[in-house]
Design a protein around this ligand. Sequence first.
Ligand code: NAD
Ligand code: WQD
Length: 335
Amino acid sequence: MILVTGGAGFIGSHTCVALAAARRPFLVLDNFDNSRPDVLARVGRINGAEVPFVEGDIRDGALVRRVLKQHGITAVVHFAALKAVGESMAQPLRYYDNNVAGTVALLGAMKECGVRQMVFSSSATVYGDPDTVPVKEDFPFRPANVYGHTKAMVEQMLADLCAAEPDWRVARLRYFNPVGAHESGLIGEDPQGVPNNLMPYVAQVAVGQRAELSVFGNDYPTPDGTGVRDYIHVMDLAEGHVAALDHLDRQPGLLTVNLGTGRPASVLDLVNAFGRACGKPIPYKVVPRRAGDVAEYWADPALARQLLGWQTRRDLDAMCADAWRWQSGRAALAA
Ligand code: NAD
Ligand code: WQD
């Protein structure tokens, strides 16, 4: 049985669908700090089976030990974290406590209970502003904000643990920019308040919830002057976790891979693709650059393909079509 921490969140909920499709039994642990239990009911509709979950916090050692023992957990897929970059700069202790101390507590409970397999949600943010693109796994850590530091610290901790105790099986998965939704339209990204990220903002403009997108700068040294990223469909990403679990079942030690498409896309590429998906242009205006933004980065996904036999299958049009289906159907789901 696999424990999915943060399984009610954006990436965790889609991974619950991928785990069910792979016939991997799982249990969700989430404190619903940034999600709601009804997400799991909708995951259950997709899977055709109720999603078992425990409401609780990864920092609650006694609870985690009980869950690990009672449910015969053999591996943990660890999504639970706070992820807002701006908020992390304003509330550093909250981020270090939840993301770093939370993972220390979780690993301690796992060790006590003899569970030594973890798939960890890291981020391309650990690379900061890379010297060259595409980004490879051996590029140096250069996190530029508190959130990024929490990811780099946990990555270091996991490497140290695997060096000290070679029977651990740990995957550090560095996600690029996860977007999109499950093709059913039943689950997707559900940010609270004004979205920080491009895709959910564009989706809210498309349904008329916001008037227009602000494009943060068109004077970058990129083909059309707007920022370039590696957007990855959340279901491709979810399937990467199943591939990582399979790999760890075969081989102990530390696995570190980028999960991206290797295909760069600009802000305007995404805006145009979304316009095609929803059948109308997305209104936007160009505003000054956002502080801390990098001009461009995208993944070299070759190592993940080689080690995991995994590669992305869904393109930018599919990401936008699925995000649009989710966003435009939300009102009906809430009713
Ligand atoms: P999310 O906020 O949608 O999901 C995180 C889930 O964890 C939420 O359901 C939240 O309630 C839960 N949670 C948070 N702290 C917890 C705690 N202490 N105990 C129990 N549950 C807790 O975020 P997401 O986008 O699904 O991200 C999942 C993971 O992937 C995070 O670790 C994030 O840092 C990482 N990541 C996300 C992105 C992205 O752009 N979305 C990119 C790279 C890495
Ligand atoms: C993408 C592009 C913006 C919003 C962030 C985190 C990163 C990771 C993923 C977790 C950039 C532009 C955006 C808008 C815009 N999260 N943009 N108008 O910044 O690449 O990465 O999410 O690990 O750590 O930093 O993603 O979606 O915010 O921005 O023009 O309203 O869209 O300038 O070029 P980012 P994003």
